[in-house]
Ligand binder design. Structure first.
Ligand code: PLP
Length: 407
């Protein structure tokens, strides 16, 4: 690369990725094919509009690529329509809101501290600014969604839209129950499956597609594609939705990323991908077993998906922020996270969120994840023992040695 400054930083970031255990639940490592498409000459092309209805010339190959991406997305998730143009998960959500809501309309979403995402009504997000969001939480004892409470809140506020799906919820979500509640109050149902899309693709999490009017997603978490968004919907909403994405909220689509999404959807149809997702689930269970043996409290007692929340405040008296910082010094990357009914401020949090998708891609198995649990426990129980931390860092380095980012 001619730009030495940026080239060196990319090289350093690659080295960081290679030498750390990546446990951020929303990250993953893409295949070489996806990387190649995302960095390809397709980035040169303007293609406002949709296949065969563009506002620019020279789109004959772009049209084919985007059509393939759309058809593969529909096939993978058994959906009637797919829009593959959202640049991100947030824009996918914005596109749906803009398609069916007016400014100030009432919407129901999951509370952020219970696991919801910023775009599900946080006051600082466009969602909370433009619409009147109300929220449901989780049950204080089970820390799982209480569908009776969701129904009660829905009956109280009569939302035009109910949003479900989450950023840090470790349990199965019952989309059928959400649909029944939405029908009872006459609301649309949108499922944001960003985190679990890979599991849904292979049938290891129930699919929201039969129940939701709109399903939004990112493509870069468990789905293991490029950093981007996706929307699936019923055929009857196709024109409404497509118009809201372009020209509604976006201009030229990122066709290099759309090509990478097309490859991602094809990879997700391979039998290998189901084997991978099964390993993701098994690895989370191994990590939970290891941490529980060390006396750590796991929010809701466990996990049904690729992530878990550890209550580090209760388990070892430190905040999530402190845990995140210390783990980083031994080359384990994760993020602080609020836990249900958290008493700490969002800048500190009582928990950390751990996910298995990224390291499973790098070839970690249950033994490795069990060891990772022990390393985390030793580190967080001895936060001032620098000598021990150095030993733990060496253990991390030996675990990641000879493990490529993506095979
Ligand atoms: N929806 C959920 C459930 C998420 O977890 C995220 C990101 O973490 C998003 C939407 C937003 O995705 P993006 O960061 O691509 O805007």
């Amino acid at each position: 690369m001619k730009d030495i400054e940026i080239g060196q930083l990319i090289a350093k970031e690659k080295e960081r990725q290679l030498t750390h255990i990546e446990l951020i639940a929303s990250e993953n490592f893409v295949s070489d094919d996806i990387l190649e498409a995302a960095g390809s000459i397709l980035t040169n092309k303007y293609a406002e509009g949709y296949p065969s209805k563009r506002y620019y010339g020279g789109c004959e190959y772009i049209d084919q690529i985007e059509t393939i991406a759309i058809e593969r997305a529909k096939k993978l998730f058994n959906a009637e329509h797919a829009n593959v143009q959202p640049h991100s998960g947030s824009q996918a959500n914005m596109g749906v809101y803009q398609a069916i809501l007016n400014h100030g309309d009432v919407v129901l979403g999951m509370d952020l501290s219970a696991g919801g995402h910023l775009t599900h009504g946080h006051p600082l997000s466009f969602s909370g600014i433009n619409y009147e969001f109300h929220s449901y939480k989780v049950d204080p004892i089970t820390e799982c969604i209480d569908y009776d409470e969701v129904r009660n809140v829905a009956l109280k506020y009569k939302p035009k839209l109910i949003v479900c799906g989450a950023s840090s919820y470790p349990r199965f979500i019952d989309f059928k129950k959400f649909k029944e509640i939405a029908d009872e109050v006459g609301a649309y149902l949108m499922v944001d499956m960003a985190h679990i899309a890979g599991l849904v693709a292979v049938g290891l999490h129930p699919s929201p597609v039969p129940y939701a009017d709109f399903v939004t997603s990112t493509t870069h978490k468990t789905l293991r594609g490029p950093r981007a968004g996706l929307i699936l919907c019923k055929e009857k909403y196709k024109d409404l939705l497509d118009k809201r994405i372009f020209p509604g909220i976006q201009g030229g689509p990122l066709e290099h990323i759309i090509a990478a999404k097309a490859i991602c959807f094809k990879e997700a149809m391979n039998v290998d991908f189901k084997v991978y997702q099964k390993q993701v689930l098994d690895n989370v269970q191994a990590l939970i077993k290891s941490l529980k043996e060390e006396g750590f409290r796991i929010v809701s007692g466990g996990s049904d998906n690729h992530l878990l929340l550890v209550d580090v405040k209760k388990s070892c008296g430190i905040t999530g922020k402190k845990a995140e910082t210390i783990l980083d010094t031994i080359n384990i990357t994760c993020n602080k996270n609020s836990i249900p009914f958290d008493q700490e401020k969002p800048a500190y949090c009582s928990g950390i969120r751990l996910g298995s998708a990224a390291m499973t891609t790098r070839g970690f198995n249950c033994d490795d994840f069990y060891k990772v649990g022990k390393i985390i426990a030793k580190c967080l129980k001895n936060i001032d023992d620098k000598k021990l931390h150095e030993e733990l860092k060496q253990e991390v380095l030996s675990l990641v040695k000879d493990k490529p980012l993506h095979k």
